[in-house]
Write a protein that binds this ligand. Structure first.
Ligand code: F6R
Length: 365
């Protein structure tokens, strides 16, 4: 069942080139260039005309929702708010005509997310679901939606569901951009870029041995900081969550620029800091953050673009991953973080697939 892997988590990480191709199959048509999302067909006009989109989710799905906010706001220019489902449902949220609620849930059974669906429907607002498990409660109770088609996720730590969620959100954002913010040429370019992601994920997975070696150096750390900006801020949060849930190492994710507003006080030679430092619009700022950490003896692991040698002098480890469009980078940058937490957890003797105190679907509120 684990196809020769020691754990479902590793199998699911390694499966991502396939699960991502499955998520895009029949939906992504770069030659046309067009995105087809059959599950949203009946509600599409309402979604295109939305005044505001509210995305509610928990845990890793909430992190993909944050990526979704950046994607939809930049491509569709529709205001997006991201909510923890557990907060949204108890706040008597203000929902108006023209609002659309989107919930994201791998299992489709998370109690708080389901409660958010019921709250939206009670208030008469269109509610869409992005779920993996076909026929799950959330999939059934939402008005319409998109399945991930990522295949069953058995490991408690969510991995391939996250990348499939981001892929589905990217397809929704690009479809919303049709006749709006993208020319036909730009649309074709972006769809081709998305279509090439599975091969690039494959290249990142080839770094597994290198990442395992890195893990052996950091396995005894008791704290970790993860920093990223823009599209990679949610990836920093996700990297930290992966590490804490399976290796029980305390980890925090922050937008890199927030470091100077507090977390910088934590930095000393015992504090490894993982930076996502892709050569994008915020690269120079992130490099100054790296310099600040190094000046305080922090040990830096950086994830950057293939061919970028600029960080070698500053950082303990530099992982170089294939270049892609900035908006697609979370699909690549998250993969080394998944592998890093996996290997550290294995080396610490943790039960990777069944971490203590956690369940695959949280059906209590
Ligand atoms: C993290 C993880 C959890 C889930 C969260 C939501 O690895 O697995 O944080 O992401 O419980 O679950 P779903 O997506 O099933 O609603």
């Amino acid at each position: 069942e684990k196809s020769g892997y020691d754990h479902f988590m590793l199998k699911e990480i390694m499966e991502q080139p396939t699960s991502l191709s499955d998520s895009m199959r029949g939906r992504l048509l770069p030659e046309d260039p067009r995105v087809v999302l059959g599950g949203l067909h009946t509600v599409w006009d309402q979604l295109v005309d939305a005044d505001r989109i509210i995305i509610a989710a928990c845990g890793t799905s909430w992190h993909s929702a944050l990526v979704g906010e950046y994607l939809i706001e930049s491509f569709a220019r529709i205001p997006v708010e991201v909510e923890y489902a557990s907060e949204f449902r108890y706040r008597n949220p203000i929902l108006r005509d023209g609002d659309v609620v989107v919930v994201i849930s791998q299992s489709g059974e998370t109690a708080d997310t389901l409660a958010a669906v019921r709250e939206a429907r009670k208030k008469g607002v269109l509610c869409l679901g992005i779920c993996n498990v076909v026929g799950s409660t959330i999939a059934r109770e939402t008005d319409a939606g998109v399945y991930l088609h990522a295949g069953p996720e058995i490991g408690v730590a969510s991995t391939k569901a996250f990348t499939a969620q981001v892929t589905v959100l990217a397809m929704i954002a690009l479809k919303l951009a049709e006749n709006r913010t993208l020319s036909t040429g730009e649309m074709a370019h972006n769809l081709h870029a998305l279509a090439s992601i599975p091969d690039k994920v494959d290249e990142v997975l080839d770094m597994n041995d290198e990442i395992r070696e890195m893990a052996s150096v950091y396995r005894y750390a008791s704290n970790f900081l993860y920093l990223g900006r823009g599209y990679n801020f949610p990836v920093a949060l996700e990297g930290a969550l992966k590490l804490k849930e399976i290796s029980y190492i305390h980890a925090e994710g922050y937008p890199a620029a927030e470091m100077k507003h507090g977390p910088i006080a934590l930095i000393d030679r015992f504090m490894p800091v993982v930076f996502i430092a892709m050569k994008d619009s915020t690269y120079d700022k992130v490099v100054s953050n790296i310099e600040e950490v190094v000046a305080r003896d922090g040990s830096v692991i950086a994830i950057t673009d293939e061919g970028n040698g600029e960080l070698d002098k500053l950082c303990e480890y530099v992982l170089r991953i294939p270049k892609t469009e900035e908006f697609l980078s979370p699909l690549l940058t998250v993969v080394p973080l998944q592998l890093l937490s996996y290997h550290i957890a294995v080396m610490r003797g943790c039960h990777v697939d069944q971490p203590r105190n956690l369940a695959k679907s949280v059906t209590v509120e």
